[in-house]
Design a binder for this molecule. Structure first.
Ligand SMILES: Nc1ncnc2c1ncn2[C@@H]1O[C@H](COP(=O)(O)OP(=O)(O)O)[C@@H](O)[C@H]1O
Ligand SMILES: [Mg+2]
Length: 313
């Protein structure tokens, strides 16, 4: 066997041996008469940035609570990092940014992080370096000594993110991490998620914001009324053979494709190989057209999302 073939089979053996980051089977959670989860099945691979996208009330927070063992399923089962839901050992390797949280207002940012170093069971000698690195990571170094009570919502959310990262978790749950953040804060969260991905950390991102998951996630599950309506790889959405174009200066009949259903002045051209796009543009220009925009991919996540929610699956 060549070295390369040996590596490939070793990798295949390893992927068989390592269970997925998260796997759930028909999870049901009822609160009295309310069904928060209605047969939720999903699988999240190790190292993925996975978006859990759905409207308010879809069951996103409930799903995370079940994965963390903070609530018990009414029915169904699941595993997180290969351990059953709620396993204490597995919990140590998991970071969590809750949706609604408040840290003790009288503590400083550094003190909050130190408390969580202790809760995470880190050796005392590791605390100072961990606190320093985490403050740096979430952009709060300058505010380390300031009391949380003086922090804006966005700064509190950064601190929450820092808490979720203490102890170098293998899997991080972020529940609406950017809801309180301004554009700069959102960019920072995206950067942090990118860093986690490059370190091989699995990220489970709850969000009702399309633009958020669209930019950072490898794969998205669209969830509504406690069920996964669709799971899609974001790369597949944009790698189809459709382009949108916006052209002026030509009669409508002389522009390829059909009018965009949005009723704007875009045209949708189906079945164009990416390599054929330059020739198509050159042809339009040669015939006197002015090409304002050429955008690959006809179906945005937003259209898929709205379409799926509208049809109930
Ligand atoms: N502790 C609870 N008691 C009663 N109902 C709950 C509780 N937690 C969630 N729910 C209900 O379950 C549904 C899903 O809620 P949630 O998981 O918070 O949705 P999301 O995070 O997607 O907005 C909602 O109808 C919500 O009101
Ligand atoms: Mg929620």
């Amino acid at each position: 066997m060549t070295g390369a073939a040996a590596d490939v089979s070793a990798a295949a053996a390893a992927s068989l041996a390592v269970p997925p980051a998260i796997e759930t089977h028909d999870l049901v959670k009822r609160y009295g008469g309310i069904t928060a989860l209605d047969g939720l099945s999903m699988r999240v691979e190790r190292g993925e940035v996975f978006g859990f996208l759905g409207p308010n009330g879809a069951g996103k927070t409930t799903a995370v609570k079940l994965c963390l063992g903070m609530a018990r399923p009414t029915a169904g089962s699941g595993q997180v990092l290969g351990a059953p839901l709620g396993d204490i050992e597995a919990r140590r390797a998991i970071g969590y940014l809750p949706e609604l949280f408040r840290y003790q207002q009288w503590l400083s940012a550094a003190e909050v992080l130190r408390v969580h170093c202790e809760l995470a069971g880190l050796a005392r000698r590791e605390w100072p370096a961990t606190v320093e690195r985490t403050l740096e990571q979430v952009g709060l170094t300058e505010r380390a000594a300031d009391r949380v009570g003086t922090f804006s919502k966005g700064m509190q959310q950064r601190l929450g993110l820092g808490v979720a990262l203490i102890g170098r978790p293998q899997l991080v749950f972020l529940d609406e991490p950017t809801s309180a953040l301004d554009p700069v804060g959102r960019l920072d969260v995206r950067r942090i998620i990118g860093e986690l991905r490059s370190e091989g950390v699995t990220v489970f991102l709850n969000s009702h914001l399309l633009t958020e998951v669209e930019r950072v996630c490898d794969r998205v599950a669209i969830v509504d009324r406690g069920r996964v309506l669709a799971q899609l790889r974001l790369a597949d959405l944009t790698s189809d053979r459709t382009v949108r174009i916006r052209v002026s200066g030509l009669a409508e009949a002389d522009v390829p494709g059909h009018a965009s259903p949005d009723g704007n002045d875009w045209r949708v051209v189906e079945d164009v190989a990416p390599d054929d796009v330059p020739a198509m543009v050159a042809d339009l220009v040669r015939r006197g057209g002015q090409v304002h925009a050429v955008v690959p991919g006809a179906v945005s996540l937003e259209e898929r999302f709205i379409g799926l929610l509208g049809s109930g699956g």
